[in-house]
Write a protein that binds this ligand. Structure first.
Ligand code: AQP
Length: 325
């Protein structure tokens, strides 16, 4: 039997190359070796306010981008989190075994809480829901970007805690980071992670950005005052652009860019990104043009994973002594 993979993306904005290079590209590359479940995590999205009409659109756009990025629905399941009630149900059961201090320590919680006047409880509970997503399917591999490593550690801690309190129930999941591109930084500020929710025209490259927009954003990306690329001592802006180019095109090596003037280097980076995104954008147009196609894929995914989720919830309830029919 193949090991199971689970991962997800929040439908909170336009997906960017950080999401692609950190997660989706890795998913597409490994899917043939595993039984994979790729999820649009809309219950996570609503931990911060989303305009309902926009959220509905973003869920479908995210599903279409999964397909466009190479997720093959004949070998992987693509599904929406809220369509399977086990995610929310298991999240509650795990909440009951989660020490509050574990959640308050999460760096993403601290950063999001610091940026808001009123902190919703959902932001604190976010990693418990993420643990539920993964443990619900007994996934042993979770391919994510580096920013999710701490949440994965918490998932393992929670699984261990539950197993020791109630008996062996959950498989222990391992984090799988991509070799290159695990943490893509903002173009405007290479000390900050590229993020969907950060505003500013020059921050992120969207997966659906036109070639001209990509060229412009990369041309304006923050670098430093050196005249050319010093491969032994790259500043954060140049290092980020180099990582982006290398993750898009394995032919971009240190030898090739050594000494390049920044203008030429940025052109090389933009060409690599545009070439990588071109087939994704073409496929996106195809999958969104076919009426009913997305709904069929999402329904097929839901039907495939629902019995797996139900089996775990049943086992967890039984282990805890909760009423089961
Ligand atoms: N900058 C990044 N570099 C590499 N990987 C990244 N990921 C996100 N940003 C980068 C990975 O993409 C997957 C989906 O992320 P998410 O949507 O679930 O949430 P996030 O990590 O919080 O991503 P964003 O873009 O920053 O979203 P917002 O702004 O809505 O919070 C994950 O595997 C993540 O590691």
């Amino acid at each position: 039997m193949k090991a199971r993979v689970f991962s997800g993306v929040q439908p909170t904005g336009q997906l960017h190359i950080g999401n692609y290079l950190g997660a989706l590209k890795n998913w597409a590359e490994i899917q043939a070796n595993y039984e994979s479940i790729f999820c649009i995590v809309d219950l996570h999205a609503v931990t911060t306010y989303q305009k309902p009409e926009e959220l509905r659109t973003k869920i479908r756009e995210t599903a279409a981008l999964f397909l466009a990025a190479g997720i093959d629905p004949d070998i992987s399941s693509i599904m929406v989190q809220s369509a399977v009630s086990g995610h929310a149900e298991l999240a509650w059961l795990l909440t009951c075994v989660t020490p509050l201090g574990w959640l308050e320590r999460m760096t993403q919680f601290k950063a999001k809480a610091a940026a808001q006047e009123t902190i919703g409880d959902g932001i604190l509970q976010y990693p418990v829901l993420m643990a539920a997503d993964i443990l619900l399917y007994q996934a042993s591999i979770v391919p994510v970007g580096e920013d999710q490593s701490q949440h994965l550690e918490l998932t393992r801690d929670l699984a261990q805690r539950f197993n020791s309190m109630y008996g062996e129930t959950f498989v222990m999941p391992a984090t799988k980071l991509p070799a290159v591109g695990a943490r893509i930084m903002g173009l405007d500020d290479p000390t900050q992670k590229m993020s969907k929710s950060t505003t500013g025209a020059g921050h992120a490259i969207g997966l659906l950005d036109e070639p001209k927009a990509i060229q412009k954003k990369i041309a304006r990306a923050t670098t430093d005052s050196n005249p050319g690329v010093d491969v032994e001592n790259m500043g954060p802006g140049i290092a980020n652009l180099f990582t982006i180019a290398q993750a898009c095109d394995t032919g971009v090596t240190k030898e090739r860019v050594a000494g390049m003037r920044y203008g030429d280097f940025k052109k090389l980076v933009a060409d690599a990104v545009i070439a990588r995104l071109e087939p994704i954008q073409k496929r996106y147009r195809e999958v969104t043009a076919e009426p009913g196609y997305l709904d069929t894929i999402l329904e097929r995914g839901r039907q495939h994973v629902t019995p797996l989720a139900e089996e775990t919830v049943r086992r967890v309830k039984q282990a805890m002594g909760i009423y089961t029919r």
